[in-house]
Ligand binder design. Structure first.
Ligand SMILES: [Zn+2]
Length: 254
């Protein structure tokens, strides 16, 4: 038996479990020092075609996000930016475009975390496989080299088109940051965690100025496949995070 806490469904909300998971990911991102003042956004689709999604409110610190204060938005509602609770316009531009155009991207997490952003600032933002974590992303990263300014609607539409290949699960947004997608909050968060770790290892390796020991493509591809289907890892990562938050800051799940 695993010790997964069953959060009480005190709020009569059909998306409560997704709300709790997404709130947990915001809180944990603060612990990882991935937050950026009161900017950056995470979103999770809740309806079948993925066009209705939860997202954080405009300019609320990640450490104050709770399950119940997430916005529920409709990517096809042109009136969204006129609502009293209108989201941040760049978050709307990017996340609504993804949820409208990429039904396989149920969850989208965007941060300017340190090492992923350093990688996004290099002329060559590719991630050679040099350890298990970097190999995890073999052939799964799309690099956007056409930074066009803040992600208002046009830039968001352009970025969302880059996820048309369903194999790509991470976008290195050149001159900007990183965007990770997944089927569930647990899957997307686990990917973001490993991508930032992989970027840290790669950037640190570059700083030695010694030649890299690059893993051959066929081995890297096998490692990536094996890790992607590793049973239960992302879900256990998520449930452990929630157990720690239940102990230290349980209001995330309210
Ligand atoms: Zn950004």
């Amino acid at each position: 038996m695993s010790a997964i806490v069953q959060h009480p469904h005190t709020h009569n909300d059909p998306h409560w479990d997704v709300r709790v998971d997404l709130a947990a990911v915001f809180r944990w991102s603060v612990k990882m020092n991935w937050h950026e003042a009161v900017a950056n956004h995470f979103s999770a689709a809740v309806n079948e075609d993925g066009t209705q999604f939860l997202m954080n409110r405009d300019q609320i610190h990640f450490s104050r996000v709770t399950a119940s204060n997430l916005l529920l938005l409709d990517a096809n509602d042109p009136q969204t930016m006129e609502l009293p609770d209108a989201p941040d316009p760049t978050a709307w531009g990017l996340h609504a475009a993804i949820h409208r155009n990429c039904p396989h991207a149920r969850v989208a997490l965007h941060v300017h975390s340190k090492y992923s952003t350093v990688l996004a600032c290099l002329a060559d933002s590719s991630m050679p496989a040099i350890d298990q974590n970097t190999a995890m992303f073999h052939d799964r990263v799309v690099i956007d080299g056409d930074f066009g300014g803040l992600a208002f609607e046009e830039e968001g539409e352009r970025c969302s088109q880059l996820f048309s290949d369903p194999k790509k699960i991470v976008m290195i947004m050149g001159n900007h940051g990183v965007l990770v997608i997944g089927q569930t909050v647990a899957e997307a968060f686990n990917r973001l965690y490993y991508f930032e770790r992989a970027a840290e290892t790669l950037i640190t390796a570059y700083m030695t100025q010694k030649p890299l020991r690059v893993i051959p493509d066929d081995i890297a591809a096998q490692v990536a496949d094996d890790l992607e289907s590793y049973p239960g890892h992302a879900e256990r990562h998520m449930s452990e995070i929630k157990l720690l938050l239940d102990r230290d800051e349980p209001d995330y799940a309210t």
